[in-house]
Design a protein. Sequence first.
Length: 324
Amino acid sequence: MKIQKQLQFKFRRNQKELNRITMISRSNYLITLIIVLMAVSNLPAQENGSQKTSSKIVDVGWLTTHLNDPDLVIVHIAPLKLEYEREHIPGARYLFPGWLTISTPDEATTFVQPRDIKKVLELLGISNKSKIVLTFMNGILTSVCRVYLTLDYAGLGDQTFILNGGVEQWKAAGKPVVSDFPLVKKGKLSIVPNKNIIYTTDRINKNIKSPKVDIIDTRSAPFYAGTSGGPRYGHIPGALNIPIAKLYDENFRFLPDDKLKEVFHDAGTKPENELVTYCFVGNAASIVYFVACSLGYNVHLYDGSMDEWGNRFELPLEKVEVAK
């Protein structure tokens, strides 16, 4: 009888412990579920008409919903401030792309120093918690995607997006534009440059025959084929060709994900491979870089591009044989 009572006591004690553990597990599960749902609710993956866009490409509907989010920073990129002063999305801050890039006798286009990137972004009100939306007018996707590349280099790529179609698409949806300058509180930013995203000429040369690296020439077909171009005609041996114009429509809106994936697949890329994009001077290649990021590729950019490769006369070039 004594043994039976002891066993009953142990059972009740163990049952209480199991109930306690179960309650903790349920609590942890609910907390985790809430965190996940909150995170998912902030991801900019949404429908644009009947076309689903990538999580890196936000549409007007998403931006309208999040326009008053406390951490949202809209950045209007334009080569002239006059454009921004005339009209921009409410709350947008102006960014001259030349504040983040520099040309030197050795490199046609490269990043300014990290401390200068930090200074520019902080003056725009950007902090490490900011959700950044890049926008534009007049189809300057090259400049916009180059800014995205810079932000990715600065460690902010995961929280940076592009408004599909830019301000023109915003206006076409009947949304308001303003000409006033928003009051901007200076941000506080910590930058850890991700130098791995950039390929040097030597790094390209070492991987030129690697089966795990797909090098992508983003120039138009005549330049890739070697019927036009300079300082030498042709492309980096083994490079695939994805001309940037295949990635967006006549209104400079990125194609839906399934179409973008087709472009990469048809060019011969492998999802498991590293991608390295290049062009003339490292600017247009940033468009393919951005789209590849959106599609989940492990992508890099060869900043020297053909400007450097073509001027290194000891390096090989390849042409496309044209049937006679």
